[in-house]
Structure formats: C-alpha cells, structure tokens
Design a protein around this ligand. Structure first.
Ligand SMILES: Cc1ncc(COP(=O)(O)O)c(C=O)c1O
Length: 363
C-alpha cells in the first residue's frame, strides 16, 4: 500500500535531539540545554499563577505591555518587536519568509543547529562558513556570500562554542554584506554577557534596513518551559514575519511571566554574578584536570576530552548520564571530542567536578 511521503529533504533529515531524557537516578542534574541555573524569578511565578483563571482566552495578538517593558528596559522601540513561541519559531519564520527553493542561508561551522535545519525545512540551502579555532571567522562568512544568499545567521555569543564577536567586528561583517541579505543576529545569551566591547546588535537594527536581532526568555530569565522569544527589526521585516508565523505563538502565561521577570533586576544581577563566578570556577577546575575549555562568555562551557579509549567525550557523556548528570555531546555539531555543559547551581557544579574527576581516574 502506498503511503503519504514527506518532501525528500524532510525524509532525509534527523529531528532535533536535545538530550533532555532523564536517566534513572536519585537526583537529575540537567546541564544539557543551557537553561537557567536556579529557575525563574519568584515574581514571574506569581504572575504565571495569576493567569490560571484566564486560560480559556487567547492571548493578545500583540503583547503590547511586554513590548513597552522591553522598550524601557533595553532602550528599544516597542513598535519594532515581534514575539514567538521561543526564538526557534522566529528562526523558522525568517527562513520561510526570506528563502525561495534553492536560496542560500549562511551559518557558521559551529553555530546553532536550528539555522541549517530551519533553512532546509523552508526549502533553502544551508551554507557553512568555517570557524577559526572555534571562533566565528568574518572573512569565511563573506567568502560564502553568493548571488543566491538571502540570509546570514550569526549567534552572538555563539552556541555551542561560547565565543563572541565584538561590536566592531559585527559592524565590519554587516558593512560588507549586500544590502538585500538579511543579517540575523541571534543574541540569545546576551543577558549573561559582561564585556564592554560586546553589543547585542540593537544599534545595527536601528541604523540599517537588513538586520534582525533575536532574543529569548529561555536563558537568563529561565523561562524555557514557557517558550517565549522576541525579535527586533525594522517594520518591513516584522510585517513579513507576521504573515508566516503563527498568530498566537506568544502565549498568555509566558507573556505575563516575562513582564514580571523584567521587573526583577535583583534576580538578573544574581543570575549574572552566579554565572560569572561558577563558569570561571568550573573552567579552572577542569583545566587543572587537563581538560581544555573553550573561552566562554555565556552560561555554558564546551570542554575537550582526550581522544583515548575509555576517556573520550562520548565515554564521559555516558558516564555522567549514568550518574544522573545530563550534558550535551557535540558530535551533531561535528566536534565529537567535546561535551557542552551549562552552568548550574554551586552544588551541581561541585557534583559535576567530583564525577568528572572520578571518570578521569577510571572509577
Ligand atoms: C543561539 C540560540 N538561539 C536560539 C535558541 C532557542 O531559544 P528559544 O528557547 O527561545 O527557542 C537557542 C537555544 O538553545 C540558542 O542557543
């Protein structure tokens, strides 16, 4: 009997694999998805509870109060914002709105995997620009631009490497892009960044016609389970995305929690301070164990394991999983010698160190 068949591109693709399955263990330490270390702000939880009597109502088509709050907090124009079911939804909408079959979208070699995946789903052709020692290489991106290029994706800071381009470097890259290429600056981890030479890219949105900045409430604000991302771009881009994205992607519970989370500056300061302290601590302890950590300004580290039987990143990942600690293998990103792990609580990082030490000692 014949069966309905998906498009050949879809039939060939493997679904996104986040490694969030809980193994059997007394305690699960989940460091595989770059989530917030200690859950959301209590203010966000309260606001979420307050929505429980309203769940039979669709959310507002445009969460204007949230846009205004973001505008105040980050000095942005609320009219240039768009919201979605995670920034993942906006990445897909960008591909659907800007790619005709065969059009190209450039992404970086060790960049966020949803860029090539969404490009393919939309019928486009993902083109990888090689990195330079796990850092985005601007000239390599520029070398990949052709007459078919419609989109350039840049995660800044980058997932999974944790590295970043400075404000000046991003401006240089943008200045060399053709004006009909949409430049996507995905600043999902920007709220964690403590660097004077970094910018999330908002000023480029205001200055140019071909830039969109993406942000999310999944990381620093620790609301990943509610799925809320946002974009900042000129109205002609926002209008195009509204046509393709689902109308109610930003749900009412997420919007209410996000508004409250933005008011809790104490939570934000605590999360940033905690992250700086424990990322530095973890990297230095791992390096003492002989494990190289790529320099990171985010809430995760990409760690290299020896290419030695029993000691590989894959072995380490399995060992840690058996102890209830979830990390992310990097084979899917083409870096099988590495594991990526997020910065959790103090207690969790100490347990991770103990277990990695035991793994290396052959426990
Ligand atoms: C660079 C980057 N962009 C976007 C996302 C997706 O975020 P969201 O939860 O808002 O869909 C992630 C999630 O890991 C990410 O690392």
């Amino acid at each position: 009997m014949t069966q309905p068949k998906p498009r050949p591109t879809i039939a060939e693709m493997v679904r996104y694999q986040p490694n969030l399955r809980a193994p059997e263990a007394d305690r699960i330490i989940r460091l595989s998805a770059n989530e917030g270390a200690f859950g959301p702000s209590p203010k966000a939880l309260q606001a979420l509870n307050n929505q429980s009597g309203l769940l039979h109502w669709y959310p507002d088509e445009e969460p204007i109060e949230l846009a205004e709050k973001l505008g105040e907090k980050y000095d942005l124009d609320p009219k240039k914002m768009i919201f979605g079911c995670g920034s993942d939804e906006l990445i897909m909408a960008i591909c659907q709105a800007y790619l005709d079959p065969g059009d190209e979208a450039v992404h970086t070699e060790y960049g966020f995997i949803m860029y090539p995946m969404s490009t393919k789903v939309a019928g486009g052709c993902p083109i990888a620009a090689t990195d330079n020692n796990f850092r985005v290489d601007i000239d390599s991106i520029l070398d990949r631009i052709s007459s078919r290029t419609r989109i350039v994706f840049l995660a800044n800071p980058n997932n999974p490497t944790g590295s970043y381009l400075s404000r000046t470097e991003v401006a240089r890259l943008h200045s060399k892009l053709p004006s009909d290429v949409l430049f996507v600056i995905d600043a999902a981890y920007s709220e964690f960044v403590v660097r004077n030479d970094y910018s999330s890219g908002a000023e480029l949105v205001d200055a140019a016609e071909n830039v969109i900045m993406l942000r999310t409430f999944s990381k620093l604000y620790a609301l990943a389970g509610l799925r809320l991302g946002w974009g900042y771009a000129k109205p002609h881009i926002i209008d195009a995305l509204h046509v393709v994205k689902q109308p109610f992607g930003a749900n009412r519970a997420a919007v209410a929690a996000a508004i409250a989370a933005l008011d809790d500056q104490q939570f934000v300061d605590k999360a940033v301070e905690h992250n700086e302290k424990w990322r530095t601590w973890t990297a230095s302890k791992f390096e003492k164990l002989g494990l190289l950590c790529l320099p990171s300004i985010t809430n995760f580290l990409m760690v290299k394991f020896p290419n030695e039987k029993g000691k590989t990143a894959n072995d380490a990942g399995s060992f840690l999983t058996s102890r209830g600690i979830l990390t992310r293998g990097m084979s899917g990103y083409g870096a099988p010698d590495y594991l990526r792990l997020s910065i959790g609580t103090e207690d969790e990082m100490k347990i991770v160190l103990k277990n990695v030490t035991e793994f290396l000692e052959g426990a």
